[in-house]
Design a binder for this molecule. Structure first.
Ligand SMILES: *[C@@H]1O[C@H](CO)[C@@H](O)[C@H](O)[C@H]1NC(C)=O
Ligand SMILES: *[C@@H]1O[C@H](CO)[C@@H](O)[C@H](O)[C@H]1NC(C)=O
Ligand SMILES: *[C@@H]1O[C@H](CO)[C@@H](O)[C@H](O)[C@H]1NC(C)=O
Length: 496
């Protein structure tokens, strides 16, 4: 059993051979423990102000010290931050939040929600927390992890997204109304990026609940995406150092990383776009909403290389986020990196991803880094299974999913290997893409919903739809794994 678990983890976990700890960093005098504590303080500064001033709204508005709904009406920041609480070791707050969410979150609401964002943030966040809840000391019900309140919530949220997959190709619509389904006049998604990532949450959901519908629709979308791969290669897939390190290309990943780090040092953050010949930001894309990608890359690369430069990026990130974006009530999106003007928004991914990766970078002994030497054995209705052995798969929103859980709730083992094949196809698909340094159009595509100046919710939804129809493939209606890696912080040559 452990052997098969081992090979399973190797394949799923996308982990690198880890370098020995203890080299470099100390020599350069970087106090890892003190940065770890600063990141912890950063988390609580943002989290407690969210609770005090913004909950139950989706997000904190750090400049006005109040809240707003942005991607729905889910208390999104609370869902998104839940597993970070456990990574920081706060089990009592984790337990409290699990109860709060069960009582307070309702998906039967008349809200137009992004299918992609709802999946990665809400379904992914709930699934991750469900699988971690025993570790967090929650008194789990009999049958866990094949049942449980957070799993039921994840399932309910995912069911609300299913109508979006009723398209001729199986590629989902971008927006769905949680109460009424797909809105009349909704155009199918033309942006293919991100569709492949549904398999992570939806296959997990099917394997835990036993209902194949989620995996089926995600699989169909993935197959359609696979057929369409030539288009994707042209448009959406770039190699951020993260994806390079995930496929084991550490040297190139390190080189790419250092290029981005140079840009970071110039601005104290990573502008959404950057123009190499001019060595400067691109008009209207000079913001930095505290995105995680560079820090995420540093965390993975550090696990692989122990190169102290990676800790230095972490240090610089802590210093500049505190210096530029910290306000009395939280951390604010940087509207313009040139003059460090702020915007009244704190995206939920700041606590779900940015702070989490920073903490993991500075916390070498975190349970997330478990190499399989410790694990839990649980008894399920289907027999014994091993959990928490490490090898966590981070979804697009940095929610760790324990891949071993896929083995817990089904009798027919062979089905699992099929999902694994699909995941392998998906990652080799990414691996085969070139790094497109050129973009022909630098403005407006892709990230309209994340523009700091965008009003949240329905307004930006309409805006997205308009752009979608005019820009076709280049205008993703929502942030996606690949476009996140490609569009955000994309370094490109401006040949216009
Ligand atoms: C856990 O989080 C709560 C809420 O932010 C906080 O009051 C408490 O001090 C935290 N506990 C620990 C051990 O950090
Ligand atoms: C959702 O979008 C549809 C179509 O654009 C619109 O008619 C409807 O009013 C929107 N619903 C909400 C709650 O904003
Ligand atoms: C890929 O998708 C686009 C947009 O949906 C479509 O126009 C195109 O024909 C597809 N290409 C292939 C090879 O299926």
């Amino acid at each position: 059993m452990l052997r098969s678990l081992g090979s399973f983890l190797c394949l799923w976990a996308l982990r690198l051979t880890e370098a020995p700890a203890g080299s470099g960093a100390a020599a350069r005098g970087l106090d890892v423990a003190s940065y770890r504590e600063r990141v912890r303080a950063m988390f609580y500064h943002a989290y407690e102000h969210y609770l005090e001033s913004a909950f139950p709204y989706d997000e904190l508005r750090p400049l006005t010290c109040d809240g707003q709904d942005t991607w729905g009406s889910f208390s999104l920041t609370l869902i998104d931050a839940l597993d970070t609480l456990l990574i920081l070791g706060n089990v009592s707050e984790f337990q409290r939040v699990v109860n709060v969410l069960q009582e307070g979150v309702d998906f039967d609401i008349d809200v137009n929600a992004s299918v992609f964002e709802t999946n990665i943030r809400v379904v992914g966040g709930l699934l991750s927390a469900h699988l971690l809840s025993k570790k967090a000391g929650v008194a789990v019900e009999a049958g866990w992890p094949c049942s449980g309140p957070l799993l039921r919530m994840a399932e309910e949220a995912a069911r609300k997204l299913l109508p979006a997959f009723q398209t001729p190709t199986g590629m989902p619509y971008g927006t769905v109304n949680l109460l009424h389904g797909v809105n009349p006049g909704e155009t199918p998604v033309t942006c293919t990026a991100g569709i492949g990532t549904f398999i992570v949450e939806f296959a997990t959901l099917s394997h835990l609940t036993g209902d194949p519908v989620f995996e089926d629709v995600a699989r169909k979308a993935l197959k359609a995406l696979w057929k369409n791969r030539s288009d994707i290669g042209l448009v959406n897939v770039a190699l951020f150092p993260l994806s390079q390190s995930l496929i084991g290309d550490v040297d190139n990943a390190m080189r790419t990383f250092l290029n981005y780090y140079t840009v970071w040092k110039q601005f104290g953050g990573l502008p959404e776009f950057y123009n190499i010949p001019q060595g400067y930001t691109v008009d209207k894309r000079e913001g930095y909403p505290l995105r995680p990608e560079l820090i995420e890359s540093a965390m993975y690369l550090y696990r692989a290389t122990r190169d102290p430069t990676l800790l230095e990026l972490g240090r610089d990130a802590v210093e500049s986020i505190e210096k530029i974006s910290k306000v009395d009530c939280g951390f604010a999106t940087i509207k313009d990196l040139r003059d460090h003007r702020l915007d009244n928004r704190m995206e939920s991914f700041f606590l779900a991803e940015t702070v989490k990766y920073l903490y993991l970078l500075f916390d070498p002994d975190n349970f997330i880094h478990n190499d399989g030497s410790v694990f839990d054995v649980v008894i399920t209705p289907y027999g014994e299974c091993v959990l928490n052995a490490g090898g966590y798969v981070f979804n697009t929103e940095a929610h760790p999913i324990d891949p071993a859980a896929l083995h817990c709730c089904r009798k027919r083992k062979e089905e699992q290997w099929e999902v694994e094949d699909l995941m392998r196809e998906f990652y080799s698909l990414k691996k085969n893409k070139k790094f497109p340094l050129k973009r022909t159009s630098g403005h407006g595509e892709g990230e309209s919903a994340k523009d700091p100046e965008d009003a949240p919710s329905e307004k930006s939804g309409e805006k997205r739809n308009t752009k979608k129809s005019t820009h076709s493939l280049l205008s993703c209606p929502s942030q996606s794994f690949n476009s996140k890696l490609a569009v955000l912080g994309q370094v490109f040559l401006d040949n216009t």
